[in-house]
Design a protein around this ligand. Structure first.
Ligand SMILES: O=C(O)CCC(=O)C(=O)O
Ligand SMILES: [Fe+2]
Length: 294
């Protein structure tokens, strides 16, 4: 039932960079580029095209100062700050994700798309690996274009006018981030909730503003559908979440120090695998401002 992505086609031709898909559904490694240096327009245009085609792109063996990292990030738009989490003291636009040896809970261990609870959710997320476990700590991604395109015509029709209700906090068993991360995580001291919780509704079927393709815009922040009760929403939500992460729609990335991922939150979900207990993992994350979904 899954369709090939549109990417493995003749227009995957690049002159400035090498692009190697890592799975059938999505994801490509980009080689031949040093992100610590300013990028010329042609190289940036090729990376941008590869990113739109593959939903997520990866770079290896990068060595960037925080300033160089921010310069690269700002090519993609303004910086989006996480409304519930603090950035680094010296570089507030960079948010450190860390799981120490004694931690239990990691950050991002649910299928989600970043800050979907905001009226204008993050367009892109860039993650830069600083310390990685010997094995484990991979991140998985799922292609939300394929999730949409593989639905039946009847289901597409039914979903076409529906809206999701997405919660910024207290989504999981009513527990706040402060409660969840104070319990065996390394992230507790980074929680800084806004005065008032941020919740937003969005179209369930979203049109990507750059590619024009439709995506099933759903993630773990989605609590219900507008106009339906929680009980009515739950089975459909469960079906769509399970459908969106079918293995055929996914790719999985194994990090090494110096790896960078850049993903498009408008058309993919991701999931940080928590399988490296007793080891340390540390990442630097920057998110890029997005638009109001339509
Ligand atoms: O650490 C990861 O692999 C991903 C965490 C996450 O969900 C995020 O950075 O948005
Ligand atoms: Fe995330």
């Amino acid at each position: 039932m899954s369709e090939a992505r549109q990417t493995v086609t003749e227009d995957q031709v690049f002159e400035k960079i090498e692009v190697k898909p890592i799975a059938g559904a999505m994801g490509a490694e980009i080689g031949g580029v040093d992100l610590s240096q300013p990028l010329d327009d042609a190289t940036f245009a090729e990376i941008h095209r590869a990113w739109l085609d593959n939903n997520v792109v990866f770079f290896r063996d990068q060595d960037l100062t925080p300033q160089q990292y921010l310069r690269f990030a700002k090519l993609w738009g303004g910086i989006h700050l996480h409304p519930y989490m603090k950035g680094m003291e010296e570089f507030p636009e960079i948010f450190e994700i860390i799981k120490k040896e004694d931690a239990i809970q990691n950050f991002g261990n649910r299928w989600h798309t970043d800050q979907m609870f905001c009226p204008e959710p993050a367009k892109a997320t860039i993650l830069y690996a600083k310390e990685t476990p010997k094995a484990g700590g991979d991140t998985m991604f799922a292609n939300l274009y394929l999730a949409y395109e593989s639905l039946s015509d009847g289901m597409k029709e039914m979903l076409s006018t529906m809206r999701t209700y997405n919660m910024g906090d207290k989504r999981y068993g009513g527990r706040s981030r402060s409660e969840r991360y104070s319990d065996g995580s390394s992230m507790g001291d980074k929680v800084a909730p806004p005065n008032k919780d941020i919740n937003s509704d969005h179209p369930l079927v979203r049109t990507h503003p750059e590619t024009g393709r439709k995506a099933l815009y759903i993630g773990s922040h989605t609590a219900s559908f507008l106009g339906l009760s929680d009980e009515e929403s739950a089975p459909l939500l469960k079906y769509l979440m399970n459908h969106a992460r079918r293995p055929e729609f996914t790719c999985r990335f194994n990090w090494k120090p110096g790896s960078i991922a850049l993903w498009d939150n408008r058309c993919c979900q991701h999931y940080a695998i928590n399988d490296y207990h007793g080891q340390r993992r540390r990442m630097h994350r920057i998110t890029i401002q997005g638009d109001k979904p339509f």
